[in-house]
Each structure stands twice: as structure tokens, then as C-alpha cells.
Design a binder for this molecule. Structure first.
Ligand code: PDD
Length: 277
């Protein structure tokens, strides 16, 4: 597969990452995942804006964000994916530095990797909905930055997979935050509720798109704290992410949501979302 590494397009097996790269040693870096639907990257500007935000928050000096669109477009073409549904993965770390120390040198040169791979939409789960679990959110307090430090996510997701669950929804001491790799929304009386943006959740691009879509469709939205003990009151729950799109939740920890099938408002939003790309 052709990937883009630092300044050039190369075969993936020609990429050499330094053992002293701070991404490898300290998870000192950020990433993005962007959907490619045949002929266009979905909400690319919003993803690149979030990438820039992460770079600024971590004081990583990487000045080539403007060239990413052209790089991704070229990757799609080089890998013969123009007519496929794919994802683009971008990672920027602070770069290699010796001797090993937690603090960093301003001279470290960031490491940049981008690749694309085919990833079809899973219409089966989109149509039938998915089961999820609930766990305590044990992450740090800067979940608004899309860092590559994903160990809590990895471990929660592994437990989900072992239990045949699609996703884990997290709560912090009884307040819902987000999923392992999704934002989450709740529906009651035709109002869409979702936790507000703050340092405890990722500002999801799909979340932002769905809120915008709701407004354009005249569906009322409310960004407010949602308590764990409120979950039983909602008729519909859905997940939102680049890879999962709008994914209906049919049970949480074996407690059925609504009628145990994707709800009408969720299905309406799914149909409208499809029209956007
Ligand atoms: N995950 N919350 C978390 C913790 C995420 O990792 C993601 C994205 C989201 C949804 O964000 P967006 O709508 O911008 O994709 C929310 C990516 C896709 C991933 O880990 O693969």
C-alpha cells in the first residue's frame, strides 16, 4: 500500500519510524480519521480544524496542514480507491528526541503519517442497531484533544468485543460522557439530547454534523448533561462517529432501549445524513 510518510509517498514497508519517536515512547501525538465517500472527503475542513486545535494545545509545530488535502487525494488515487468507501488516517507526533526525557525540545521535527484504506459502511448494523455496555470513564481530563494515547479506549473496547457489544458508553461518576470511539445522543419526545462540549469529550465532527442537520430539519436539540439514571427515560439512543455514522443503540447492558429496534427519529436522521455525502 502507498502511504505518505514525512515528505514522500512510499510503500508502507519502506516506512522507518525512529525508536526514539515520542509518539512511540510517550504517545506524544495526535491523529484524525476522515471518511472518504466516492469522490469526496466528508467534512474535511472540520477535521483539519480539529487537527490544528490538537497541534496548538500540545504545542507541536507542524506547518503543513494546508497540504493534507492534496496528499489524501493523491493517496486515494495511488491506492485505486476512488470508487470505494474508505477512511483516511493521519497521525502527527512530536518526533524523535534523545536522550529520553519527559519534557521535550522545541527543535524536535514532527513525524507525519497518512494512509487510506477501504472501509465499507456496515449497513447491517446501521439497519438493525447495536448493543452497548456502560463503564466508568477513567481517562484524563483533556479528552477534547484527539491524542494517540488510547489505552483506556483500547481496554474498554476489548471488553466490549468479548461481550459481543458494539461499543461502551462511558460515564464519569454518573454523568454520561461519550463512547469509546463515538459521541452519543438520546431522544425523548422528538428532542435530541447530547452531552455539551467540554474537556471531557471529543468534539466529534459527526456530532456537529448531526446537530446542524437537526436544526435544518426543525428537530429540537439540547446540549446538556445527561445522568446515568436518566437513561431509562429515553425512547431512542444513537452513536455518532466518522466510521459508525448514525448508529442506533437497541440495548445498554442488556436493558432494552425503547422497543428494542432502531427508533423513527434515528432512522429519519440516518436517511438525511446519507444525503449529505
Ligand atoms: N473516533 N469520541 C471519541 C472518543 C472518538 O474517538 C471519536 C472518533 C468520536 C467521534 O468523532 P468523529 O465524529 O469526529 O469521528 C467521539 C475515530 C473515528 C476512531 O477512533 O476511529
Amino acid at each position: 500500500m502507498q502511504v505518505f510518510f514525512n515528505n514522500e509517498f512510499v510503500e508502507d514497508d519502506k516506512v522507518h519510524i525512529s525508536p526514539f519517536d515520542r509518539g512511540f515512547q510517550f504517545a506524544d501525538g495526535i491523529y484524525e480519521v476522515i471518511r472518504y465517500y466516492p469522490r469526496n472527503f466528508f467534512e474535511l475542513d472540520a477535521h483539519l480544524k480539529r487537527l490544528k486545535y490538537g497541534l496548538t494545545e500540545l504545542s507541536i509545530t507542524f506547518s503543513n496542514v494546508e497540504s493534507i488535502e492534496a496528499i489524501l487525494t493523491e493517496l486515494i488515487s495511488r491506492n485505486n480507491l476512488s470508487d470505494k468507501t474508505a477512511i483516511a488516517y493521519i497521525q502527527i507526533t512530536r518526533g524523535a528526541q534523545r536522550p529520553r526525557k519527559h519534557s521535550y525540545n522545541d527543535e524536535a521535527v514532527p513525524t507525519f503519517l497518512a494512509y487510506v484504506e477501504e472501509q465499507p459502511i456496515n449497513y447491517d448494523t446501521l439497519n438493525n442497531g447495536v448493543k452497548v455496555g456502560i463503564e466508568q470513564d477513567i481517562r484524563w481530563h483533556r479528552c477534547d484533544i484527539k491524542t494517540i494515547a488510547l489505552l483506556p479506549n483500547v481496554l474498554s473496547k476489548q471488553r466490549a468485543v468479548q461481550k459481543n457489544l458494539f461499543e461502551i458508553i462511558w460515564h464519569r461518576d454518573g454523568v454520561i460522557t461519550e463512547g469509546v470511539q463515538t459521541n452519543v445522543a438520546f431522544v425523548k419526545d422528538d428532542v435530541v439530547y447530547t452531552p455539551p462540549l467540554n474537556n471531557l469529550i471529543l468534539p466529534g465532527i459527526t456530532r456537529q454534523t448531526v446537530l446542524r442537520l437537526c436544526r435544518s430539519l426543525g428537530i429540537q436539540t439540547s446540549e446538556r448533561e445527561i445522568q446515568l439514571n436518566e437513561l431509562k427515560n429515553f425512547n431512542e439512543i444513537f452513536l455518532m462517529s466518522t466510521t459508525a455514522e448514525i448508529m442506533p443503540v437497541i440495548s445498554i447492558d442488556d436493558v432494552v432501549v425503547g422497543r428494542g429496534v432502531p427508533g423513527n427519529l434515528t432512522k429519519h436522521l440516518q436517511r438525511e445524513f446519507q444525503k449529505l455525502h
